[in-house]
Write a protein of this length. Structure first.
Length: 223
């Protein structure tokens, strides 16, 4: 215990064994609570954060898994050292939408073309099955079947739509049904669908719903 928790309060002198009057007892009961120890405060903070996550997400019976971010391919959205919370069981790939961040099994082509090790990767969905995708300069455009090309809204990592270099361009491509076209937000370094092709929906492990740890301390960023 910290020393201040064990110390007697100023209104209750140590060694006073005399009788107490009613007013003294009332004063003793009205004293403010002693400060928590640092360890107890940290535990309460962690519990409070966990409860906040559950409440914010409306969680009842969902099952989640935490993942560690080891690289900068999703910066600035996900930073090296982040701990993310992934919804693995309360979803199916048919419910994945454009702009969702997903965790998935490393495709065989990624292991070959990007020298990626076995395990799971995390990227952002920029086009879903049957959509067309292409790039011009640093801008990415997507269109639905029979629709018009629309510039991909990417306010999640830039304000004017033209500040983040795309790197490898996207040749006009139609995403197969039940597949997804995924990119890393840090596109100049990310090895993604531009290299190894579309992501089969069946390979998706879950959707990223929150960052719960950043910069060496608890945090809460909900997606």
């Amino acid at each position: 215990m910290a020393g201040n928790e064990a110390a007697p309060s100023a209104a209750e002198p140590a060694g006073d064994t005399g009788s107490e009057t009613g007013s003294t007892r009332r004063r003793r009961r009205s004293h403010p609570k002693r400060p928590h120890s640092r360890k107890r405060t940290l535990v309460e903070t962690a519990i409070g954060l966990a409860i906040a996550v559950l409440i914010a997400l409306g969680v009842r019976t969902f099952v989640f898994q935490a993942y560690f971010i080891p690289s900068g391919s999703m910066e600035p959205t996900l930073q090296i050292g982040d701990r993310i919370l992934v919804d693995k069981f309360d979803f199916n790939f048919h419910s994945i939408h454009q702009n969702d961040i997903v965790v998935f099994h490393t495709p065989p082509a990624a292991r070959q073309d990007c020298s990626t090790e076995d395990g799971d990767l995390v990227k952002r969905v920029v086009a879903t099955g049957d959509q067309w995708i292409q790039s011009r300069g640093d801008l990415v455009s997507v269109k639905n079947p029979g629709g018009k090309w629309k510039q991909l809204p990417e306010s999640y990592f830039r304000d004017d739509g033209a500040n983040t270099p795309l790197g490898q361009p996207i040749v006009r491509y139609r995403v197969p049904k039940n597949d997804f076209y995924v990119l890393g937000d840090n596109r100049t370094v990310s090895c993604d669908s531009r290299v190894w092709g579309p992501l089969p929906g069946s390979d998706i492990v879950g959707r990223v719903v929150a960052v719960v740890w950043r910069s060496w301390h608890p945090d809460l960023i909900i997606f």
